[in-house]
Design a protein around this ligand. Structure first.
Ligand code: TYM
Length: 323
């Protein structure tokens, strides 16, 4: 049994990339491990600054986790903002982390390159994430490839702390499944809310249809042979279609005879069949707000106990506890 920790930001509706790249692994690993899954609501205020939107986003992630099958009897589901140790430890880590080191983070460099306004929270994002992880001493952190550097930062920060103050933090490993490390969006780039190329996981059929039909392809005719390698349509089929449909697409691509239009129509069918039961389960959960809030409260109590113990050890190590 391993300790698992991961999280999702509360920044809007989750998409197919979040699910296959990360949350599906949360569900699978949660079955026989000691797992902690956060709603990263403090990370999301680096960008979301509307009260009602934030509240809705937070509740949405809780619904998503439950609808997708994370079992709160087995895994701890909690909100980052309910555990003060996350921000306490961030301050302590800030004092051993240099600015040039944080300036090398991809997310910061991206924001700089786009001349975006970078608030201090956004700059410090990797440090808060290191605290999220290290407080719970996980063996594995399931994430998509875009978060790999953040887990490396957590490892570096843990090593540095251990070097200065003595062995305190376990070094975490990222858990990334290669086939879904980067799920592509409808324009072929990494699926991302910020690129606006995403397919929401709980989309209704008409929305799925609109998005799938707009997936960018080359201009090959139905008769021409096509490569499955790196093809967005084929990759999405491999995630949501049954074996029979997937075989049909593969054969049609390799031998020619299947056009992109037809492939898209089949994808709409597969995706809708895949999403329909999840949508249904989520709709049921929406009706039971008290249950969902109860899960978060109970999760926070469990997480708080683990985090508090680690914080006590940290404070002791750095000289913040007087005997
Ligand atoms: P977030 O909310 O952006 O994304 C949640 C998870 O989805 C993965 N993901 C993808 N995987 C494959 N293909 C894609 N196109 C794709 N898009 C997103 C992400 O890699 C992520 O695993 N910083 C984190 C949240 C966080 C966290 C943590 C994660 C805060 N604290 C501690 C792990 C441990 C984030 O913004 O994820």
């Amino acid at each position: 049994m391993k300790r698992i920790l991961s999280g999702v930001q509360a920044t809007g509706k989750i998409h197919i990339g979040n699910y296959f790249g990360a949350i599906k692994q949360f569900v699978d690993l949660g079955k026989d491990n000691d797992a902690y899954y956060m709603i990263a609501d403090l990370h999301s205020i680096t960008t979301v600054q509307d009260k009602e939107e934030l509240k809705e986003n937070i509740f949405d992630v809780a619904l998503d986790y439950l609808a997708l099958g994370i079992d709160p009897e087995k895994s701890v589901i909690f909100r980052q903002s309910q555990i003060p140790a996350h921000t306490d430890l961030t301050w302590i880590f800030n004092c051993i982390t240099t600015m040039p080191y944080l300036m090398r983070a991809h997310a910061f460099k991206d924001a700089e390159a786009k001349a975006k306004e970078v608030n201090v929270g956004l700059f410090d994002y990797p440090v808060l994430m290191a605290s999220d992880i290290l407080l719970y001493s996980p063996d594995l952190v399931p994430v998509g490839k875009d978060q790999k550097q953040h887990v490396e930062y957590a490892r570096d920060i843990a090593e540095k702390f251990n070097r200065i103050y003595g062995d305190t933090f376990k070094l975490p490993e990222e858990y990334i499944l290669q086939d879904v490390a980067i799920v592509a969006g409808i324009d072929g780039r990494k699926m991302s809310k910020s690129y606006g190329n995403h397919i929401p996981l709980f989309a209704e059929r008409n929305e799925i249809e609109k998005l799938v039909m707009s997936i960018v392809t080359d201009s090959k005719t139905p008769e021409e042979t096509k490569s499955t390698e790196g093809d967005t349509l084929f990759t999405l089929h491999s995630l949501v279609s049954d074996k029979e449909t997937l075989d049909k697409v593969r054969t049609g691509y390799e031998n020619g005879g299947l056009g992109y239009g037809e492939t898209k129509k089949m994808l709409v069918e597969s995706m809708d069949s895949f999403i329909a039961p999840l949508r249904e389960k989520r709709r049921e959960l929406v009706k039971d707000r008290d249950y969902v809030l109860g899960v978060l409260e109970e999760g926070a109590n469990k997480a708080r106990n683990v985090a508090r113990l680690k914080m006590q050890e940290v404070k002791e190590k750095i000289g913040l506890i007087l005997e």
